[in-house]
Unconditional design. Structure first.
Length: 180
């Protein structure tokens, strides 16, 4: 793997840990990652590097800013994708976006099925998965402070998107799953 991909994996891994623990991705991670990606590509490829990195940032922003405005993602998620775009460039960020958003859709569908299913098997499976994550300190699909006494209908579902982005990056760069 190239240095750019290694840095993107490092940034995404740190973001995934932050997202799992605090349900936020720090600006102290994303802004320096965006700027350093721009500087790196300018240093090694001059103005073409600036264009390459800027295209990756712009594509991530164009894809996700409308979703953020609609309340679908947090600002940290958008900035994480922009940081990855700065390091990976336009083609790779499109692949990571498409793969990770597909995975996110599948995870969301699974959560909806578990929550809305009347089937005791699916309900028990969903409860088991939630308890398994809770036992290792990861409150899957919960806001910090929620407990089992919170009514299911009132619980705000949150998926730590940075983890799904990391899975998408693994699919693209380790397994070679590319769409474009």
């Amino acid at each position: 793997m190239s240095f750019e991909i290694d840095v993107a994996f490092l940034v995404c891994s740190i973001a995934a840990i932050q997202d799992l623990i605090r349900y936020r991705i720090s600006n102290h991670l994303t802004y320096p990652a965006i700027v350093s990606g721009l500087i790196w590509h300018i240093y090694y490829s001059n103005w073409q590097g600036l264009a390459y990195s800027s295209e990756g940032i712009a594509i991530a922003f164009a894809f996700l800013f409308p979703v953020f405005l609609a309340g679908g993602f947090g600002a940290g998620d958008v900035k994480l994708y922009m940081a990855l775009g700065a390091w990976l460039g336009p083609r790779s960020i499109v692949n990571v976006l498409l793969i990770s958003l597909t995975i996110n859709g599948l995870v969301s569908a699974f959560i909806l099925i578990v929550r809305r299913s009347g089937s005791p098997v699916i309900t028990i499976l969903g409860h088991f998965v939630r308890k398994a994550f809770d036992s290792v300190g990861i409150g899957l699909n919960r806001k910090p402070g929620d407990d089992d006494s919170t009514k299911e209908s009132q619980r705000v579902e949150k998926i730590p998107l940075a983890v799904i982005v990391l899975i998408g990056m693994i699919a693209v760069f380790h397994f070679g799953l590319v769409i474009l």
